[in-house]
Design a protein around this ligand. Structure first.
Ligand code: FAD
Ligand code: MLT
Ligand code: ZN
Length: 476
């Protein structure tokens, strides 16, 4: 099938308007959010229904055309970017964005894969419920992308990650069959739990077209506090203490290292950092209270006072209003963008057992500093989940691109330490193309072989997002 036949066949599946072919139209879909990967695509196709997704995949299978599914294109591992051959098609889910139904009594919502996360949060709140998945990209990332990467974010500590929030899925298989697994059940032991295979599969097994997600009662009040701490060890101690004091009311426990602060201030000068002196670590704590605003405030004040009294923390502020709490969160949520504006840098998305976080950070800071003098260790992240973005920035005033040429060595050093601390080299962003080969270095051989077996069983022609997550079998 030549290109014009392909385009005509795709147009027959979804309508001509929904097939992009001009290089300028395709370009935004062929580069990732970080602008690290730039590919090419034969076309971008946007189906408007599950049946249209099925038609596109039937066509792809019949003519052996590789398909890269793309949601909001906010992924951090290059998973949604086509390769450079120009033979792959991008299947964009942006038109599959309906909220199909909410069932407040069952605490569930059924949405299409291209629904933007924030729209799902809003739809849940309109029926008096909370959909708790929350991340800084929520205004543009999609539920399909969230599920395909098993996204984490800032509320995992209390509500779990995308996997934990999913009850049912609708998936189109590579050969165009539709699996309707849209069950809103909290108990269902009728065989293999197939949805778990597709969650976190990064578009390599099939296209997720819809999902049934869990909802929760919204809290009566939310309060946020920011505390300054002398070390990461103190942060872990504080986490341990607030977990015991607040129990399930603790909804987030994030940390920000000192090196992040000047970068944030440089690129977002309008944001007010609440402390005068720069301290090694700041913790951002959020509690959700099912009693009242006053109860939330009193509880957090108690936590802060105790931490100061016991010299775990050195200072702290409590968001006195919703607006103040939002302002504290905004500081945390703009870290990634601020670092992107600072220039190319070396990212890590690691997790280790919480009991080993402090030892890992101390060792990683020491070793990176020894190997790369002056490098800025601008780490931050979700301490409550043992997940840190241990990002390494070039020394101030040096050529960031030249520094990033040493990325492989820095990754190796950090990831060897992660492995030595029984951790994971991709806690929440997925492998995509960024971490595929490194993962093969650390993952158990049997586990990798089982993963290859699943890929072979579910996508025998290797057409779904080839080259992501796993090396193509033919490439050895
Ligand atoms: P895309 O980037 O479009 O795709 C990601 C992967 O999913 C690709 O492999 C793609 O092929 C696959 N995919 C997409 N849709 C489907 C589908 N319907 N069916 C099958 N496969 C599909 N991530 C976190 O986990 N936690 C965070 O806190 C977090 N914060 C972020 C903050 C910022 C500022 C940014 C830019 C990103 C952040 N991310 C975070 C990463 C990213 O937002 C998430 O990975 C998100 O879940 C990706 O959704 P998306 O719709 O943009 O997916
Ligand atoms: C975050 O926690 O802000 C994200 O995962 C984004 C990032 O790591 O840059
Ligand atoms: Zn994160």
């Amino acid at each position: 099938m030549n290109r014009s036949e392909l385009l005509a066949s795709l147009a027959a599946c979804v309508g001509e308007r929904h097939v992009l072919t001009a290089p300028t139209d395709i370009a935004p879909y062929a580069v990732d959010w970080r602008r690290k990967y730039v590919g090419q695509a034969a076309a971008v196709v946007s189906p408007g229904s599950t049946a249209e997704v099925a038609a596109v995949l039937q066509l792809a299978t019949a003519h052996r055309i590789p398909v890269v599914t793309q949601g909001g294109n906010t992924g951090m591992s290059g998973g949604a970017t086509p390769d450079g051959t120009g033979t792959q098609i991008v299947l964009s889910t942006r038109r599959l964005n309906r909220i199909r139904q909410t069932d407040a009594l069952n605490d569930t919502i059924e949405v299409e894969a291209g629904a933007v996360l924030e729209a799902v949060q809003v739809a849940a709140s309109e029926v008096g419920r909370l959909f708790p998945l929350a991340l800084a990209a929520q205004g543009s990332c999609t539920i399909g992308g969230n599920l395909a990467t098993n996204a984490g974010g800032t509320a995992v500590l209390r509500y779990g990650n995308a996997r934990d929030l999913t009850l049912g899925l609708e998936v189109v298989t590579p050969d165009g069959r539709i699996w309707n697994g849209l069950r809103g059940l909290r108990k269902d032991n009728t065989g293999y739990d197939l949805k778990q295979l597709y969650i976190g599969s990064e578009g390599t097994l099939g296209v997720i077209t819809a999902a049934v997600l869990k909802l929760f009662p919204p809290p009566a009040a939310r309060r946020t506090a920011m505390l300054t701490l002398p070390s990461i060890d103190n942060a872990v101690q504080l986490l341990n203490r607030v977990r015991a004091d607040l129990g399930p009311a603790l909804t987030a426990f994030e940390v920000i290292s000192a090196a992040c602060v000047p970068v944030l201030q440089r690129h977002f000068p309008e944001m007010r950092w609440p402390f005068e002196t720069l301290v090694p670590v700041v913790a951002l704590i959020e509690m959700s209270d099912h009693e009242s605003e006053q109860h939330a405030r009193d509880t957090l004040s108690f936590v802060l006072e105790q931490a100061l009294e016991d010299e775990i923390a050195t200072d702290g502020v409590i968001g006195e209003s919703v607006a103040q709490s939002r302002a504290l969160w905004a500081l945390r949520e703009h870290l990634s963008e601020a670092q992107a504006k600072e220039g190319p840098h070396i990212k890590h998305d690691i997790s280790v057992p919480i009991s080993r976080v402090a030892a890992f950070v101390d060792a990683a800071v020491k070793h990176v500093q020894l190997g790369f003098p002056g490098a800025r260790m601008a780490w931050f992240g979700h301490l409550g989940d043992g997940n840190l973005h241990f990002n390494v920035l070039a020394p101030v005033g040096t050529d960031a691109l030249a520094f990033c040429a040493g990325q492989g060595d820095v990754n190796r050093l950090v990831h060897d330490l992660v492995h030595a601390h029984s951790g994971s080299i991709s806690a929440e962003h997925g492998l995509g193309q960024l971490r595929r080969d490194e993962n093969a270095r650390y993952k158990d051989g049997v586990e990798l072989a089982l993963m290859q077996g699943l890929k072979q069983a579910l996508d025998p022609l290797g057409l779904m997002n080839p080259g992501k997550v796993l090396r193509p079998l033919s490439a050895g």
